[in-house]
Design a protein around this ligand. Structure first.
Ligand code: GDP
Ligand code: MG
Length: 177
């Protein structure tokens, strides 16, 4: 007998943080498997998708990427925050100012009813630039703990550059706990 194929479930994940931290590159890396050759500043909202198999079920991961500009955000913000399954907060480890912006981004999420009941993670990107680090893992970990989020330090550009090199399973984001 043939059963109809199950409906693909969609998980909507929004990626938030200051302009330039690497949101577009990270979402591109996750969905296309490589670093984009060049990125243009994101206009409005963009989303990228990737199908993943979880427990024999196909899940569509939909990553919503944004431009950070206020002008755009005021008009799109409602749409963007609707039906969100998880939130990824991104800062740039070489840019302390992008780290200091995090409380404002977290606050904005709370204002759109995305508090601690929605899974949230903190991502410190550009870990390949070891010589330029401005935000230490310790400081970031304290912040993550204080906000009940796990911390992942990553590089969209060179995910295997400093670790075991394997990457594993096609999810190429390098992760250090
Ligand atoms: P967004 O504004 O948050 O979407 O940032 P983009 O993804 O457009 O990236 C901003 C700049 O940072 C671009 O020049 C990227 O090439 C660069 N970039 C993004 N991720 C990384 C990374 O992991 N390592 C390095 N070295 N540069 C990165
Ligand atoms: Mg962008």
């Amino acid at each position: 007998s043939t059963l109809p194929p199950p409906r693909t479930r969609i998980f909507k994940i929004i990626v938030i943080g200051d302009s330039g931290v690497g949101k577009t590159c990270l979402t591109y890396r996750f969905c296309a498997g490589r670093f984009p050759e060049k990125t243009e500043a994101t206009i409005g909202v963009d989303f990228r998708e990737r199908l993943v198999d979880i427990d024999c079920e196909k899940i569509k991961i939909q990553l919503w990427d944004t431009a950070g500009q206020e002008r755009f955000r005021k008009s799109m913000v409602q749409h963007y925050y609707r039906n969100v399954h998880a939130v990824v907060f991104v800062y740039d480890v070489t840019n302390a100012s992008s780290f200091r912006s995090l409380p404002a981004w977290i606050e904005e999420c709370k204002q759109h009813a995305l508090g601690t009941e929605v899974p949230r993670i903190l991502v410190g990107n550009k870990c390949d630039l070891q010589d330029s680090v401005q935000v230490s893992t310790d400081v970031a970990q304290q912040f993550a703990d204080a906000h009940s989020m796990p911390l992942f330090e990553t590089s969209a550009k060179n995910p295997n550059g400093q670790g075991d090199g394997s990457g594993g399973g096609g999810n190429s984001d390098h992760v250090e706990a």
